[in-house]
Design a protein around this ligand. Structure first.
Ligand code: NIG
Ligand code: FE
Length: 422
């Protein structure tokens, strides 16, 4: 099956000669083309060129293709959400008035709420219950133009329930249109039963959970919540090194609530990314720029926790490759709207309209090792293509808080049309 998209006002290919995570002015390269069509063959991009040239090159394909008229609209790659806590039981709206009254996120967690509450709900949930809830979330991601997501475990916090979460991801990798990249995050919190005995839990993660997850092939990445009162930098280092020995690439929740030299640790252990970084130090940012660590910034979390935003502008200017994501989770960022997260990144982290597009496509793809397949529109890459109902890309950040997604093509299949899931 072939699809031909004609008449788009703008096609943002996001293509560039730079094949590494993009830094500084490289982040503004949109590969913007006008008066071109996009030809998709099977699940791949076949050609992006003026229609005449495509007709010459692929006469038969053009003759049989389903034609989509994108007049007045723009075309760009499917969005990549490279940091989510996708699979979880329950919701936590009851915490909101507590936080609005001044109770802190960490206090609520230390009193047994927060991540502990969601852990209880996730442990109680059946496999099918979790699976069905997650399908709804993935459908919403698609409607918002997100075609690839990373998913972290970390609400089981024991072997059986971590594996349950990871198997939900595995089944969805086989069955849902959205591509899902799996991260093990057994080190998301110390479960209540190990309070006061934290090193024992670290030992279980290292000696039991990581080997089992690796043996079953259930994750590619290993993440740790390195935070005062959760896991220390020393414990985080041990957990990340243990994961490396089993082929799991390190990621870190770093410097989210209090400065804790998480960015520095990310650079030191060779993490592919450090995430959050709301209160990362100047030294940490410099270390990340030197090591090439990707900063995954999550402005929805700053918004929802009413916390200071990460210094995105400074990071880009310092040469750190920056990606942006929702952090979708039931506690600190219950949103699926990556388009709104782009708006927040512009308004509150000083990133430009061009940079946020790079940060939610190709740089996000780099943060989960998928840059060869997705994140740009290029011949031979997977055909994850959006048609957005705006006449130019600048309106994506101008008409904020809205979902402009009209059509989503996932691996060559139309899955969203006129804003609705098919
Ligand atoms: O990325 N910081 C730790 N983890 C999540 C929040 C998890 C939760 O509150 O349920 C985050 O902010
Ligand atoms: Fe997170």
């Amino acid at each position: 099956m072939a699809i031909l998209i004609n008449n788009a006002n703008e096609v943002l290919t996001m293509e560039s000669d730079i094949k590494l995570p993009r830094r500084r002015e490289q982040m503004s390269e949109l590969g913007l083309k006008t008066e071109v069509s996009v030809l998709i063959e099977g699940d791949r991009i076949a050609m992006i060129a003026p229609l005449d040239e495509i007709k010459q090159e692929y006469p038969h394909l053009v003759g049989s293709a389903e034609v989509i008229d994108a007049r007045g609209k723009i075309v760009m790659p499917g969005l990549v959400d490279c940091h989510t806590h996708l699979v979880h039981g329950g919701t936590r709206e009851h915490e909101l008035n507590m936080r609005l009254a001044g109770r802190s996120y960490m206090d609520i967690m230390n009193e047994g709420g927060g991540i502990h509450y969601t852990t209880t709900k996730t442990r109680e949930a059946s496999f099918d219950g979790l699976y069905n809830k997650t399908v709804q979330h993935l459908n919403e991601f698609l409607r918002h133009g997100v075609t690839t997501v990373e998913a972290k475990s970390g609400y089981g916090l024991d072997l059986e329930n971590e594996i349950k979460q990871l198997y939900v991801v595995k089944k969805l990798q086989e069955e849902h249109a959205v591509d899902i990249v799996s991260t093990f995050m057994g080190a998301h919190a110390v479960p209540k039963e190990y309070k006061g005995n934290e090193d024992e839990f670290v030992k279980i993660i290292i000696e039991q959970m990581i080997p089992k997850v690796a043996e079953l092939g259930l994750a590619e990445f290993n993440d740790v919540f390195c935070e005062k009162g959760v896991f220390t930098p020393e414990q985080s280092r041990l957990i990340l090194e243990a994961g490396k020995a089993y082929g799991l690439t390190p990621k870190i929740h770093a410097d989210e609530i209090e400065p804790y030299e998480g960015a520095e640790l990310a650079a030191e252990v060779g993490a592919i990314s450090a995430e959050h970084l709301l209160v990362a130090s100047d030294e940490g940012i410099a270390a990340m720029a030197k090591a090439g660590t990707i900063a995954v910034l999550l402005p929805g979390t700053a918004f929802f926790l009413r916390a200071p935003y990460a210094r995105g502008r400074l990071m880009v200017d310092s040469g750190v490759p920056v990606a942006i994501s929702t952090d979708f989770n039931p506690g600190s960022s219950p949103t699926i709207s990556l388009p709104f997260i782009q708006n927040l990144a512009c308004m509150n982290m000083g990133m430009t309209m061009e940079e946020v597009l790079c940060a939610t496509t190709i740089n996000a793809a780099h943060a989960i090792k998928r840059a060869d397949e997705v994140g740009t529109l290029e011949k031979g890459k997977q055909a994850d293509v959006l048609i957005l109902d705006v006449p130019n890309y600048k309106q994506l950040q101008y008409f904020y808080g809205m979902n402009h997604t009209d059509t989503v093509i996932k691996a060559g299949d139309v899955v969203v049309k006129g804003g609705s899931l098919l």
